[in-house]
Design a protein around this ligand. Sequence first.
Ligand code: NOJ
Length: 865
Amino acid sequence: MKFAWFEVAALTASVANANSLAYSPPYYPSPWMTGEGDWSEAYTRAVEFVSNLTLAEKVNLTTGSGWMQESCVGETGGIPRLGMWGMCMQDAPLGIRFSDYNSAFPAGVNVAAAWDKRLAYQRGVAMGEEHRDKGVDVQLGPVAGPLGKFPDGGRNWEGFSPDPVLTGVMMAETIKGMQDAGVIACAKHFIGNEQEHFRQSGEAQGYGYNISQSLSSNIDDKTMHELYLWPFVDSIRAGVGSVMCSYNQINNSYGCANSYSLNKLLKGELGFQGFVMSDWGAHHSGVESALAGLDMSMPGDVILGSPYSYWGTNLTISVLNGTMPEWRVDDMAVRIMSAYYKVGRDRFRTPPNFSSWTRDEYNFQHSMVSEDWGKVNERVNVQRDHAQIIRKIGSDSTVLLKNKGGALPLTHNEKFISILGEDAGSNAHGANGCDDRGCDNGTLAMGWGSGTANYPYLITPEQAIQNEALEYSNGQTNVFAVTDNWALTQMAALASQADVALVFVNADSGEGFINVDGNEGDRKNLTLWKNGEEVIKTASQHCNNTIVVIHSTSAVLISDWYDNDNITAIIWAGLPGQESGHSLVDVLYGRINPGGKTPFTWGKTRKDYGPPLVTVPNNGADAPQDNFEDGVFIDYRRFDKDNIEPIYEFGYGLSYTKFAFSDIKVTPLASSQRGEYKATTGKSQKAPVLGEPSTVSDNLFPEGIKRVRQYLYPWLNSTDLRASSGDPDYGMDSKDYLPEGATDGSPQDLLPSSGSSGGNPGLFEDLYQVTATITNTGSVTGDEVPQLYLSLGGNDDPTKVLRQFDRVTIAPGQSLQWTTTLTRRDVSNWDVASQNWVISGAQKKVYVGNSSRKLPLSADLPSVE
Ligand code: NOJ
């Protein structure tokens, strides 16, 4: 069944009430790739390649070979007949997971805190180079979901910021960097993956809840477009090759079988040309998910480690028995191969030279079944000089939250420095001592879960501060550290002698498959970990120059102490990666003037942020329901709406100098430059069918391929389809269950808001130019981040939303004119009725300044319609 836009609009009023659950309307067929724009050359090559494949060979590109069957966290089959080995998928967002001789970069949240597009790009390139040279085809990042609806959401740090514009820009720059280095990026997790609790029913059993289905994120159409989809639009515009669908359901339909989010939004409206891969174990059906827009099953098995697949041979059979149209499998294969050619995989490829499953040089190649002994780790060093950019991002992302009386920078004249807190020191089990960083021992420089990398080393704050102080004083400074957070007596003794007490505290979080100290990925609360409050209290009672450094995955509660007079400075250093201590001393001693700005709000209480995480099932044994009733009002938008004063607002951060803003000017761009916004109309081409139709005998298991136990293959064991399937229910289902229109390859209506990668091209035209002058009124060179916010003016709109920013360096006494633009998308709202973006009649206003609440410049936006 295909719905007209007005029926869809009515159906997407999706938030549950007492009687009904949120509903995700069907949308079929799955849009086929067109090769538009930048994709054209890659598409042509992919079509040529795929046209020469058998059905089973195409299927082999779509299905993983099984959990732990190859070197990477996921690997598809290859095309042995053509000498093409399978594609390697590897985590990802801050460096290579499960590897060695690789770098550990600052986390995404730090990239957001640096507000620096160039650094985001450079980090993307550097990470891409490392993945490329280890033999990775798809680097499983960056992350825009979670966006950060919940401050205590476990994986926020893997992504960037709860602001969709800041996240969108950082997604785009990271993706461009990674793909310019020659690996396919993967924008994940699509979509509504805002919490760890209940993301998978099996995992929930591990913490005592027997639920049959994953949590449903119930998101209305406007919120979807204006908030959660926004950074994915930027990712698609940046040319991202793949998107990972999420574990959670969206409006009670699984992320990887959701025809509305995948077919309609991602491939229809946003015109996504790459491929959709499932998160690991997020694939729950065969034909259904294929028709709903899934293109690749990862890691291929029904559940991790099982010998069965929904796809593989079963996908081959579904085409041969006429259930699935072959054009859909063609489209999957073409999308995958287009991404491959687009980033130049054919030029850069090297087979994986590491194993995710052991650090031994020699071990089994098929780890799951202990088959084929051989060299699995070549120990190729891919680090290059990436330590430099890591150190720079670390210091440029450092946010100076408080600096009373110029307590910072330190001068090198300190006689006695106390370093207090476990977070200053090393993990007694080694920096990589806990699998996937699933512990909070020693200094915190990344969260836990699949979004981690092994450190090559980790420079601790203690080490860096001690080295710095001794080097500059020729060994004359007294430097002591107490890193046992319960040794308060010893801390008090040291603090009372010190001319500066540097206190280190942290708060960790991560992915839901690991529980750290009762935190199931998501944090239990926003307080400091490991007695951190007491450490701060002890230090500040005994030293009137106490400087607090926080390493945390997101906001923590600081109300009890932030305004204590003895606490002269507060620094948020986020999760800085391997160069942590070095990045910090560069800022502490003023070699780098801090220019980072907090990418999230620091509230006084957890309540100020809005609804809590769903941590107790609220729908019996069925899918827990998370109604996104906060709509677009997350983070600073929520604080503005409820008129709540935060402690430190989104976008805030101090410098060792001062900046003034003046002379705002808004210029509507000439109508010739502006163009007219036209809703897209018309129909697509019909679905291309490539090569000759397959016969059963074309797809029999080829001779000469060694069969590995439990390995997932695409071929048939016999010409008897039922026997080849191995599915006891084979043939029980009639084709009646297929959603209406799902197999229809005829030309389809185009959506009004579609038209190019990312949506209707008119949305990305510049409508206004805005200029403002920024002056460094202090005495040292520094970086400032001019931020442009917009009030869209409607009753349902946030007070203001971030729309543009840049990071600029200005010498003392100098001024700089900042010029930026606003696009049609920037000044539009999503209109549910017309299923398109519209510029409302409400008076709009722009604000420019250096935080979401320090906006000295403002101007009305003239109407352009
Ligand atoms: C599950 C995580 O959600 C995803 O981000 C990751 O890429 C896969 N596991 C593979 O490790």
